[in-house]
Write a protein that binds this ligand. Structure first.
Ligand SMILES: [Zn+2]
Length: 161
């Protein structure tokens, strides 16, 4: 957090639509955009950009109405290897099922950054998992693999409504 602030305070203003690899980017945690998503950028106080998925409500209704969203090109992110993505997985409430889900993620050599359980019912529960992932292809492959598991009812990307 501290480094992030230092970077921002000592930077020159970012000219509109002139991004390069040194531009400060903030990948929004309402929609967790990953490389190759259809995405937009919103200029924050002229010094950094927030990146949202195009389908995120905040991309069309930013909290500051002065912000205008423009298409985001992932080419400026060559140096970023991993992106955080949050997924919501509905898991059948049986012995070992959570382990099966975690094993599936680990087998794909994907790091789990955080995990939470919510919406617990008699027969199933929801797990929100933040994974660190290279791009959209890997993320979609992970969702497919999880969806194939007998222990899993559904596996989808998180999107704040
Ligand atoms: Zn968003």
């Amino acid at each position: 957090m501290k480094n992030w602030l230092v970077k921002i305070f000592f930077r020159k203003k970012v000219p509109e639509d002139e991004l390069d690899e040194s531009t400060v980017l903030y990948f929004a945690d309402c929609c967790f955009p990953v490389k190759n998503d259809q995405a937009v950028k919103l200029l924050n106080n002229g010094m950094s950009y927030s990146v949202h998925r195009s389908i995120c409500l905040k991309s069309s209704n930013p909290s500051d109405p002065q912000q205008k969203s423009t298409n985001f090109n992932w080419d400026v992110c060559k140096k970023i290897k991993l992106y955080k993505s949050k997924i919501a997985v509905l898991i059948e409430n049986e012995i070992g099922n959570l382990k099966t889900v975690i094993d599936c993620i680990v087998c794909m050599r994907i790091n789990i950054f955080s995990i939470n359980t919510a919406n617990i019912f008699e027969d199933f529960f929801e797990c929100t998992i933040v994974v660190e992932i290279e791009d959209l292809v890997v993320l979609n492959r992970l969702l497919d693999e999880l969806g194939e598991l007998q222990a899993v009812y559904s596996a989808v990307r998180y999107l704040e409504s």
